[in-house]
Design a protein around this ligand. Structure first.
Ligand SMILES: [Zn+2]
Length: 178
């Protein structure tokens, strides 16, 4: 099967719902289509694009729902990186509120700070330069919100890569505010 009209393999992503309509995660649209063709999932929403196979064409999935309920642990952790931190912090500097350009370790790594959700924030260049290897209070900076691990993993994943409009009903009320 070739995904010519659907773009290079793996570029598009589809939201996977549990049988109960709870959002579970994202997979490539190709993988989502294979789930549908194997009757492991049903197509809930399709994009306007098409996958071409030898004798048939299939709509590119945007949302699929698993045929059978799967149990998932809720404490899976999200990687801390520029994309995910920017998504959590709505692309705003957590010190001054202007557009974020980098990530900042609140307690600098040179002073033992960890690369962890509760020690990393989005920051603008000005605040980052002002702070350097010091603690916020040492240079008169105040965090607007104490950083914490995101609660809604799926929301963060979707936001960090751009969510589709039709995912909104499944991602919770915060989904379109970032
Ligand atoms: Zn700033």
């Amino acid at each position: 099967m070739q995904g010519r009209d659907a773009g290079p393999r793996g570029t598009g992503r589809a939201l996977v719902l549990n049988a109960t309509f709870e959002a579970l995660g994202l997979v490539s649209t190709r993988r989502a289509l294979l789930l549908v063709l194997a009757t492991k999932a049903e197509l809930v929403h399709a994009t306007e694009r098409v996958f071409h196979a030898e004798r048939a064409a299939f709509p590119e999935p945007s949302v699929v729902r698993l045929a059978r309920y799967v149990r998932v642990p809720h404490d899976r952790t999200v990687a801390v990186n520029r994309r995910t931190v920017f998504a959590r912090d709505s692309h705003r500097c957590q010190y001054c509120g202007s557009a974020a350009e980098s990530i900042d370790h609140v307690v600098p790594r040179s002073r033992g700070g960890l690369h962890a959700w509760d020690n990393v924030v989005a920051a603008c260049r000005r605040c980052n330069t002002r702070k350097e290897d010091r603690l916020p209070h040492e240079v008169g900076l105040v965090l607007r919100t104490p950083p914490a691990a995101p609660r809604q993993r799926i929301w963060l994943l979707a936001m960090s890569g751009g969510a589709r409009d039709e995912w909104a009903p499944y991602l919770g009320e915060q989904s379109l505010t970032a």
